[in-house]
Design a protein around this ligand. Structure first.
Ligand SMILES: Cc1cc2nc3c(=O)[nH]c(=O)nc-3n(C[C@H](O)[C@H](O)[C@H](O)COP(=O)(O)OP(=O)(O)OC[C@H]3O[C@@H](n4cnc5c(N)ncnc54)[C@H](O)[C@@H]3O)c2cc1C
Length: 388
């Protein structure tokens, strides 16, 4: 594993930094912490301009090939870009369209599907949500029961999805549905692109622990989806779905954000030090070390990818460690602030980030594969222990 940049990588890092200094810093960073209401207002107002700057370089979807509007960057360049963007707290652009369904269509989609969807993902005209999980199919996703039945030129979909992030804002959904209930469960599933305006779709919001309406239940009642919106072959959707999940997992966030949190806490402790805060010295030091470890773990995964290897239990280790660390950091944050740790909003110390994070990070060890599932993978594939 190489810890330093090669001369080419160092040059690319300089290019990214120069771009951010010229186009982002000072223009979009007035409040930018990624969570505050002020930030979100700024994002709504100014995002279009920023999106355009990224689009000029193909940096909305840096991993996509140039012919589809991306930049065709290699793994290390993408990692450097992620790191530098995280250093400046640049918010992500493009969501699940860029991260998950776009790259899946590039690999498995028909020419018509690529033509219809890819440019609208890049321009921000079409926002996407992921309809995979159901109430009895999360970790064991292949047990999903939502049905799609062929009827003339359409498939008719009935069933229910849950935990569908941003379904209430999405224009399209990529989803899995069962097309052959008699086949072994992985072999009777197909993959669809569904227009969220189709008659028969009902989105019901779910409120999370932090009082946000981020995810939803989505009900399908006789929803007609043109057969041309099926991706790949009938009953082969599971394998296309795993491609989508690989893209989701490979874009595990940069550890830089975690370090920012710890640095900010250390600054606060120095300013408001003495008395009660002194007893948190060791805890802050632990968080600092852990944030550095998380970074090294992502280096390992990225280095493997750059060498053409497919990270397996190594990616699970990184996900497990980073997601549990976000919870420990939030925990230390609320302890550091004492009673103020419960405040949320602009006027609270550190803009109420830790109070919000304390509630929101509960889900980080569930989303994208639970900690228990990651531990199973590490035990079996990493340590060679038997199943169960
Ligand atoms: C913030 C957030 C956003 C999400 N967004 C989306 C989205 O946009 N679209 C979407 O489709 N889904 C989404 N999900 C759903 C997510 O993919 C599932 O919650 C996750 O896969 C776990 O499934 P589950 O909730 O059904 O839990 P279950 O699979 O029912 O698990 C329940 C418990 O049992 C444990 N368990 C299960 N199987 C095993 C096993 N084999 N060995 C040991 N322990 C086990 C789990 O670890 C967990 O503790 C989101 C979830 C969260 C938290």
């Amino acid at each position: 594993m190489e810890f330093g940049d090669s001369p080419r990588e160092a040059e690319f890092r300089r290019e990214v930094r120069a771009f951010l200094q010229a186009e982002f810093v000072g223009k979009y960073t007035s409040s930018g912490d990624g969570e505050s209401a002020e930030y979100e207002r700024g994002q709504r107002l100014e995002f279009r301009g920023w999106r355009g700057k990224l689009a000029e370089r193909g940096w909305i979807a840096p991993a996509w090939p140039k012919e589809y509007g991306g930049a065709g960057l290699g793994v290390m360049e993408q990692f450097i870009m992620n790191e530098e963007f995280a250093e400046q707290r640049v918010p992500p652009v493009g969501g699940m369209g860029v991260m998950m369904v776009g790259p899946t269509l590039i690999v498995h989609g028909s020419e018509e599907q690529k033509k219809e969807h890819l440019s609208r993902i890049l321009s921000g005209e079409a926002r996407w949500c992921q309809g995979f999980s159901e109430s009895a199919a999360g970790s064991d996703l292949a047990s999903l029961q939502t049905r799609a039945v062929r009827d003339g030129d359409d498939f008719v979909i009935n069933g229910q999805k849950i935990w569908t992030s941003n379904a209430h804002k999405a224009d399209w959904m990529f989803m899995l549905a069962r097309t052959d209930p008699e086949a072994p469960k992985h072999k009777g599933i197909s993959y669809y692109l569904v227009d969220m305006k189709s008659p028969g779709i009902e989105v019901r919001p779910l409120t999370d622990l932090a009082d946000h309406n981020m995810f939803n239940e989505v009900f399908f009642e006789d929803v007609r989806v043109p057969a041309g919106n099926m991706v790949g072959e009938l009953n082969r959707g599971w394998y296309i779905g795993t491609t989508t999940l690989d893209f989701e997992r490979s874009s595990i966030g940069s550890a830089v954000g975690l370090r920012h949190r710890v640095d900010e806490m250390a600054r606060y402790a120095r300013q408001h030090g003495g008395g009660g805060l002194a007893c948190l010295r060791w805890e802050l030091a632990d968080r600092y070390v852990e944030a550095r470890v998380a970074r090294l773990m992502s280096y390992r995964v990225v280095t493997m990818q750059a060498k053409g290897l497919i990270p397996n239990y190594e990616a699970s280790m990184t996900k497990l460690y980073a997601s549990e660390l976000t919870q420990r950091i939030a925990n230390t944050g609320v302890k550091l602030l004492g009673l103020y740790g419960q405040l949320r909003g602009e006027k609270a110390p550190m803009r109420g980030r830790h109070g919000t994070a304390y509630l929101r990070t509960v889900s980080s060890t569930i989303a994208g594969g639970t900690s228990e599932i990651q531990r199973n993978i590490i035990a079996m594939r990493g340590l060679g222990l038997p199943r169960n």
